[in-house]
Design a protein around this ligand. Structure first.
Ligand code: GDP
Length: 179
């Protein structure tokens, strides 16, 4: 008999318009639509589903946040504190969103000091090559500074989106297994 799957809370962070909703839709798309639910308290969308990564099941609860609430100090129990792991999104076509990702990374570090919280910096919209404002090497360098993984994705092309979800589960397991 296999052990029950581990449940993880993964939070999507990033400026408005970077593709968080599109990311969540791909995640939820393969799920039973009855599993998706609105968390009215936070104004967030919450999706839960079981995913298989490297032959092992994991239950992932995905939380899609609204950027504006993240600066609100009164929302203490909301996304910045409640995640086991974070997908920090920006759009490669929007330098401001790249800078916003850096700000959010710093805020996250304040909320989770000393913890090895898995984070992946995600450069989305990589299909929009001619509108690119942030190079891959800049993204990679930023991730290195922030001590997190890096991936470029396109929700429009369904490119690397599941790789990002699987990558975060792998990091969570590494952390679990090293405890
Ligand atoms: P959110 O505000 O972060 O939730 O962003 P949305 O998911 O609502 O996406 C904002 C806009 O960008 C929408 O019009 C999406 O269709 C578009 N978009 C999201 N991801 C991609 C992508 O990978 N490529 C392209 N070309 N457009 C995208």
């Amino acid at each position: 008999e296999s052990p029950p799957p581990t449940a993880y809370r993964v939070v999507l962070l990033g400026a408005s318009g970077v593709g968080k909703t599109a990311f969540a839709s791909i995640f939820a798309g393969a799920a039973d639509s009855m599993d998706s639910d609105e968390c009215e308290l936070c104004g967030d969308e919450v999706f839960e589903k079981e995913v298989e990564v490297d032959g092992e099941a994991a239950t992932v609860t995905l939380i899609d946040t609204w950027d504006s609430e993240l600066d609100d100090d009164s929302v203490q129990d909301c996304p910045m504190q409640s995640g086991d792991a974070y997908l920090l999104l920006y759009s490669i076509t929007d330098r401001a969103s790249f800078l916003r990702a850096s700000e959010l990374r710093i805020t996250l570090r304040q909320f989770r000091p000393a913890e090895q919280t898995p984070i992946i910096l995600v450069g989305n919209k990589c299909d929009l090559v001619r509108r690119r404002e942030v190079s891959s090497s800049e993204g990679r360098a930023c991730a290195a500074v922030f001590d997190c993984k890096f991936i470029e994705t396109s929700t429009a092309m369904q490119h690397n989106v599941w790789e990002a979800f699987h990558g975060i589960v792998r990091q969570l397991r590494l952390r679990r297994d090293s405890k």
